[in-house]
Ligand binder design. Structure first.
Ligand SMILES: Cc1cc2nc3c(=O)[nH]c(=O)nc-3n(C[C@H](O)[C@H](O)[C@H](O)COP(=O)(O)OP(=O)(O)OC[C@H]3O[C@@H](n4cnc5c(N)ncnc54)[C@H](O)[C@@H]3O)c2cc1C
Length: 328
């Protein structure tokens, strides 16, 4: 096993997922502490554009695995490809972003590679003997667990989104292409169609700013107010479960215990009470703003800033002001 830290560089349609640059940040620190390299692995059909974007994050080496059968993500082919990269490079640590793809892929690869895996980690370091140690939230973020990895075993982790600043600065990474493994059984799972729900607005897990709405929006039509604000702020649009259950938004936009977990830099909760199940999905946000007519709402207690008022007045005013400020 080498001292290298391998980063799975998720891409779709040639576009590197923004979370990859975030994962490179702790990977660089771990590699520096252990005396190894950061090696990024790009898997797909056309991989050059994503490899170029990866080089700009400052990784030391890039491995590409390209095959037309991997144009779209399928768990089995990608698992075999990443496992092949691990067998080829023999890294000590493998990191993946905790995206949907990363979360789907990590346990399959860990099983294949005989690795120990910790998910959704927020801190990574090396102990006195150079072994990986991580910290991860447990019980919906109410407590934190520290995980130590056994010596002599490959250590894998998925890294929570928006926890680390994206790495930048580099272009000199060496490149190496390795063949895609041809495993007959992998073909039993194919992706025939990708259905995108929620339109072209950013997914809540990818956005640095999330504008979320609750039951109080009263209709899908009224959610346009939030989409306008999101458009100005380049934000994603989220919703409470009550709003999704009422059909105002698709469930792909639901934030919370049974929805998505988000950790944006700014979370603006519009008419969301702050039930414990909603907080479970967004309490890790860096700055929380509540817009609510009830000052006693739990969301107002949790928020860094609370605007007490009617969202149908406050949100358009905020949109207009943000437009003015960002025009300069
Ligand atoms: C097992 C389980 C899992 C769940 N998972 C989730 C989950 O993943 N995500 C989730 O969100 N919920 C989840 N829930 C539901 C959760 O308990 C709440 O019912 C839900 O979050 C409430 O949504 P809400 O805040 O939009 O609605 P409400 O609780 O009805 O709150 C509406 C808020 O809007 C404010 N308001 C009303 N009118 C205005 C106005 N004009 N201007 C400003 N403010 C206004 C009110 O003061 C109130 O605070 C789950 C529940 C269970 C039991």
């Amino acid at each position: 096993m080498s001292k290298d830290v391998l980063v799975f560089a998720e891409q779709r349609n040639g576009r590197l997922h923004p979370a990859v640059a975030q994962v490179v940040t702790p990977a660089r620190a771990l590699a520096a502490a252990g005396g190894g390299r950061v090696v990024g692995v790009v898997i797909g059909a056309a991989v050059d554009a994503a490899a170029d974007a990866l080089a700009a994050t400052g990784v030391d080496h890039i491995v590409t695995i390209s095959d037309s059968s991997m144009e779209r993500y399928t768990a089995l082919r990608y698992r075999s490809a990443l496992a092949a990269a691990i067998a080829h490079l023999k890294p000590g640590v493998v990191l993946l972003p905790a995206t949907f793809m990363g979360r789907d892929l990590a346990p399959r690869v860990a099983m294949r590679a005989g690795a120990a895996l910790a998910t959704d980690v927020i801190e990574l370091s090396r102990d006195g003997e150079g072994r990986l140690e991580v910290r991860r939230p447990i019980y919906n973020g109410k407590a934190f667990g520290r995980v130590s990895f056994p010596a002599g075993r490959l250590a894998m982790a998925t890294v929570r989104l928006n926890t680390f600043a994206p790495a930048a600065g580099g272009s000199g990474a060496g490149r190496e292409a390795i063949g895609a493994p041809a495993i007959e059984g992998d073909a039993r799972l194919t992706c025939t169609e990708v259905v995108r729900t929620g339109g072209e607005v950013k997914d809540v897990t990818e956005a640095e700013i999330v504008v979320s709405g609750g039951r109080s929006l009263k209709s899908e039509e009224n959610f346009k107010l939030l989409y306008e604000l999101a458009g100005v702020l380049d934000a994603g649009v989220g919703a409470s479960r009550a709003a999704c259950d009422a059909g105002y938004q698709p469930h792909s936009r639901q934030v919370g215990l049974t929805g998505k977990t988000v950790t944006p830099k700014l979370y603006i909760a519009c008419g969301i009470s702050g039930a414990i199940q909603h907080l479970a999905g967004m309490r890790g946000s860096k700055v929380i703003v509540a817009i609510n007519s009830d000052p006693e709402a739990p969301m107002c207690k949790l928020a860094d800033y609370a605007v007490i008022g009617d969202l149908f007045q406050v949100v358009p005013a905020l949109t207009a002001e943000a437009k003015k400020l960002l025009a300069h």
